[in-house]
Design a protein around this ligand. Sequence first.
Ligand code: PBG
Length: 320
Amino acid sequence: MRRLRATPALRRLVSGTSLRVDDLIAPLFVREGIDEPVPVASLPGVVQHTRVSLGKEVRRLADLGIPGVILFGVPAIKDATGSQAWAPDGIVQVALGDLRDQVGDDLVLMADLCLDEYTDHGHCGVLDAAGRVDNDATLELYARTALAQAEAGAAVVAPSGMMDGQVGAIRAALDGAGHAGTVILAYAAKYASALYGPFREAVDVEIAGGGDRRAYQADFAGGRREALAEVALDIEEGADIVMVKPALAYLDVISAVREVADVPVAAYHVSGEYSMIKAAAERGWIDGDAVALEHLSAIKRAGADMILTYLAGEMAEALA
Ligand code: PBG
């Protein structure tokens, strides 16, 4: 085996997996009511953007060749239903409008579609009288949010709340309002993970009463059958792209989904995965750039066609 590993050129020639800038999607946060970007302490190098700094960052990423960004909004006011998620002047809608004017089709504008950033209780949907997330009442609000995002200029909406039937409800709403061309990137096999901690700092979300999302996100100890069932349902309901999230602890799931799905597969290298690299690198315990490349290459090797990652910008620079 070593004959083919002798030189860098030989290794390049025979390498099976190559990470490309075309595979990367950058998650970005935009916060209402701030004049300067606010650093997110647990995500070194990541900030909550102002509308202006967001525009500059997206231009920079487009110039680096990154094909897509996904926006997360942090509203000034949160309420019980998360109404800023679909308000025409909600922060993500306004930011999408800015970006549509500034970058047009130079890269794909995506919007995360969920309510947790917008609700005062931090759940991904509205609550019923018993305080549980009401699936069908939430679908109605997701449909409204999808329309608001599409109208504001999102080419892709990405439902991440793990409500049953969310893709079908959103597809029907979009088609019924003249947005048949809007793509749905479905968070399909999304696990109730402890790796989302830094993200919740980035979007100022605390789940009320120390709650969690285990009643709607998948159990990480669950089987492959459950993941494949989620994916099959989402494709049947009209998902154009299906996603597995997080990525590294779920490479088996990515690989299984890639084998059965007839649509592109995305993987989300989430906040905790990024923070672990940054924290260990900061201590000099690992070479952060090398580990980043190794991790993203492994996600690609497992079968992901595209990767959402906070490393997108630095990886694009490294690959250039
Ligand atoms: C929900 C959402 C979450 C993430 C993406 N979309 C948080 C959650 O499910 O609690 C996490 C992303 C990350 O950790 O990087 N809107």
